[in-house]
Design a protein around this ligand. Structure first.
Ligand SMILES: [Zn+2]
Length: 466
């Protein structure tokens, strides 16, 4: 079948009140979606075998031929693809690596990862890949209520970043006004443009959204809510999915429409996003990427059931330039399969941690994001910003867990022993670990538009001896 038919083409006569960008896909019964996925996957493994050096060698090593794929389960016969493989492939076959499957003449765009954990990894896109990215981003933005006429400020970093220019392209595809300010213009530049163009939608990281709200009175002489944004959304780090953070953003920006988004540079067009119910993030493009859960320790597939947790792997179903197959995301999810009130049929999820940032305290698994979630519950007395301080790299940590938190604006809690006890007690009650919480004055943590580190290693830190 022609997969282009699955992409929604906006028209001037479109009903702007319709709840979905692409109703046929977003509400497709799951059994029909599985049939569609299988058909597309069968074609994709043939494409990979013929066009990609990396996948041909992986298939051959596993004794796998494209014709062997008769069910979605047959995919498990092929080994995982990992970030290390992509990196190694880019060393010997720069710039895009051995998994590249489309010739350079068909590639029209590239992005790169930030390289925070090593050398940047590049991604390439054909025109078809760009169209699929636009489609999946529009499904998310439309679900947030973004419509033609909206002025959408992109507050992500624009330079090379996958949420930069590619996101701007999708905003235009949706028919809204793309306002490509970028995090590079910092709070001062962004807030002034927002005021001047009467922006209605902000996309960016949650820490930047919080920082902008904090700086608005100083820069513009007005509260953030007086800018009358209708939608505040984004991702790139933990924040927008936390109910406590959502409430704080609602208060500061004066809108109920605060939504979370999750993806990664390698993953596109595989994205997850809230709907208005914010009951986990929907997997938006099941027709473009197959998502499966595995046990991160054994690699065994796990059944996708309500409340099940596991690392997710994904397989692009028609990505042309840099397709990934059974790619290990490293993200640990909890999935929800009960029907959402919005009517979308796919599963929803929350990211509960990263397989590589999990800490083990006296045999108990702990994700830093879980601590962040508890700390967020104390806003606005605390800003919600925090870091876990380790004397040596994890995962094994001796208690108590040293956590630095930041007091809210105008709040001095350093000597308030009952509040210290309340925060430590809540961590212990909710997470089962003993914590030693250190309170820092408001403004101590750097405000950035890029990702915030939840764990720092300080060999000389004294907190763990307390
Ligand atoms: Zn929903």
């Amino acid at each position: 079948m022609d997969s282009a038919a699955e992409l929604y083409t906006p028209r001037d006569s479109d009903d702007l009140d319709r709840p979905y960008w692409n109703a046929a896909i977003e509400t497709m019964p799951l059994d029909r979606m599985r049939e569609l996925q299988l058909r597309k996957l069968q074609r994709q493994v043939g494409y990979l075998y013929a066009k990609s050096a990396l996948y041909k060698s992986k298939f051959d090593a596993a004794g796998f031929k494209p014709a062997d794929l008769r069910t979605l389960d047959d995919l498990a016969r092929i080994p995982f693809t990992t970030k290390q493989e992509l990196r190694a492939g880019q060393e010997v076959h720069p710039p895009f690596g051995l998994h590249q499957a489309a010739p350079m003449e068909q590639i029209v765009r590239m992005t790169s990862t930030a390289g925070t954990t090593g050398k940047p990894v590049f991604q390439a896109y054909t025109k078809s890949d760009v169209a699929r990215r636009n489609e999946s981003i529009c499904r998310g933005l439309w679900g947030f209520g973004v419509r033609p006429g909206d002025r959408v400020i992109n507050g992500f970093a624009l330079s090379m970043f996958n949420a930069g220019i590619p996101f701007c392209t999708a905003i235009e595809h949706l028919g809204a006004v793309d306002v490509p300010v970028g995090a590079e213009r910092r709070a001062d530049g962004l807030l002034k443009v927002a005021r001047d163009v009467k922006a209605t939608v902000f996309v960016g990281t949650p820490s930047f959204a919080a920082y902008l709200a904090e700086k608005a009175p100083e820069i513009l002489g007005m509260e953030a809510k007086e800018l009358h944004f209708r939608v505040i959304c984004g991702g790139g780090e933990s924040g927008f999915e936390l109910p406590s953070f959502q409430r704080e953003m609602e208060r500061l920006w004066g809108t109920k429409h605060v939504y979370d988004w999750a993806s990664s540079s390698d993953a596109h067009p595989n994205v997850f996003a809230h709907c208005v119910h914010r009951a986990g993030k929907h997997h938006l493009p099941p027709d473009l990427a197959l998502v499966q859960l595995i046990d991160p320790a054994t690699g065994a597939l796990k059944e996708m059931g309500d409340g099940v947790e596991g690392e997710y792997i994904f397989t692009h179903l028609d990505r042309q330039a840099c397709p990934l197959l059974r790619y290990r995301s490293g993200d640990i999810l909890r999935v929800y399969t009960q029907r959402c009130d919005c009517g979308r049929t796919g599963f929803r999820m929350d990211i509960i941690g990263r397989s590589d940032d999990m800490l083990i305290i006296r045999g108990l698994n702990l994700f830093p994001s879980a601590v962040q979630s508890v700390i967020g519950g104390f806003m606005p007395r605390l800003t919600g910003k925090m870091e876990i301080v380790l004397r040596a790299p994890g995962p094994k940590v001796d208690p108590p867990l040293h956590v630095r938190v930041e007091c809210g604006s105008g709040v001095d809690l350093a000597d308030d022993e009952s509040f210290v006890a309340a925060v430590e007690g809540k961590i212990s009650a909710d997470l089962g670990v003993t914590a030693a919480v250190e309170f820092l004055p408001f403004g101590t943590f750097e405000r950035t538009s890029t990702k915030t580190k939840l764990v720092v290693i300080e060999p000389s830190a004294g907190g763990q001896d307390k």
